[in-house]
Design a protein around this ligand. Structure first.
Ligand code: AMP
Length: 362
């Protein structure tokens, strides 16, 4: 079985690594042959939106998938003649634009943040009265890990903030005073079967995921979140793994973002669940039965940003699973992560605090 992966970042790398043990061969499309994924599998070297390169990839594999969202849907359509493409490109199209993502949540009846589309200066005037303060201004496209976002605290700051984003089409969101952030990851297979991981609790810093703790045990919220994702998966006729990030505020789940792919908040599943999100994504896109999403304990995952700090110190931490993505150091870049799994939550939280302290001191 052969899978083509558009983008050879760390998500692609972990997909390929999950595929190895199942005898699945992964080939990447990426401009950089030495990229994180390129270190573990062959690469068709080319721009992600180059039709000829994408066709070359599609001709070598049974199914094409992607590890990033900035893939041209038009170019994908062209490659569809050579190989199946999963998840469905129209899901990608919706999630590439924060406005259409919000409209999808609304159409399905999933609570989301209040928002105002911002196309020009005139739209900015509506924000303060409609949304209150502060406001989060987000570019509609190409934003990730806190990029393309500004927190705006006063009416006078609104226009400068929008201009500093480049004056591009944006949405202004009302501030959510959340109790915590949760995400739910689902997999949907070829026959419409679904599998849901337990809710995970995420902590962000400067818009970038800092840590994930899972499972977040709340049966009512789990049921509610699964219902929301079920509706999205059905709507798209989806195949593969899909993630929704929520704010939890006053006992309510408020959808923030949707990703049609494996997700950073699911890295804990490699050691903390019976089947990882990466393996389940491959199973789903290849039409294989889905694996169990049951947690094997309580897991804590911490992102390593910038550079891998003190490898020897990290590896001396009892039970730590270190993942090094093979990326060159760069400030705030996701270069690896560490996961620990414990039998019970209190033991986990103790060890998580020690790990988090060790990482910040290194
Ligand atoms: P996003 O790129 O939309 O996932 O935003 C990154 C992070 O910024 C989120 O995980 C939150 O921690 C924070 N954030 C984004 N939007 C809001 C909001 N409307 N209210 C409060 N915090 C937000």
């Amino acid at each position: 079985m052969k899978v083509g992966i558009i983008g050879a970042g760390q998500l692609g790398r972990m997909l390929a690594l999950a595929g190895y043990q199942l005898g699945i061969h992964s080939t990447f499309l990426d401009p950089d042959a030495a990229s994180s994924g390129g270190q573990v599998g062959p690469v068709v070297v080319g721009a992600l939106d180059d039709p000829a390169s994408l066709r070359e990839l599609a001709e070598q594999v049974d199914v094409v998938t992607f590890d990033i969202e900035n893939v041209s849907v038009e170019v994908l359509a062209d490659a569809a003649a050579a190989a199946a493409i999963w998840p469905p490109p129209h899901a990608l199209a919706v999630t590439q634009d924060r406005l259409s993502e919000k409209q999808l949540f609304e159409a399905i009846g999933i609570p989301t943040t209040s928002y105002v589309p911002v196309a020009d200066v005139a739209d900015l005037a509506r924000c303060g009265t409609t949304l209150g303060w502060p406001i989060v201004l987000k570019a509609r496209t190409l934003g990730y890990d806190g990029r393309g976002q500004r927190i705006v605290r006063t009416p006078d700051d609104l226009e400068p903030a929008w201009r500093s984003l480049g004056g591009v089409p944006a949405i202004a969101e009302g501030w959510v005073d959340f109790d915590c952030e949760l995400s739910l990851i689902a997999a949907r297979g070829s026959n419409g079967s679904t599998a849901f991981y337990p809710l995970a609790e995420n902590v962000h810093s400067d818009g970038i995921l800092f840590s994930t703790t899972a499972p977040y045990l709340d049966a009512a919220l789990q049921r509610m979140a699964e219902g929301y994702l079920d509706a999205i998966l059905d709507q798209f006729g989806y195949r593969g793994v899909l993630t929704v990030e929520f704010f939890l505020a006053g006992g309510q789940l408020i959808a923030n973002e949707l990703a049609p792919r494996v997700h950073n908040s699911g890295h804990w599943t490699i050691e903390g669940a019976e089947t990882s999100q990466f393996e389940n994504h491959l199973r789903a896109v290849l039409g294989l039965p889905l694996g169990s999403t049951a947690p094997t304990g309580h897991a804590y995952m911490i992102n390593l940003l910038g550079s891998i700090p003190g490898r020897e110190r990290l590896l001396s931490i009892h039970g730590l699973h270190l993942h090094d993505y093979g990326k060159a150091p760069r400030p705030q870049r996701k270069v690896g992560h560490g996961t620990i799994v414990a039998a019970d939550r209190s033991a986990l939280l103790e060890r998580a605090a020690a790990l988090s302290a060790a990482v910040s001191q290194l």
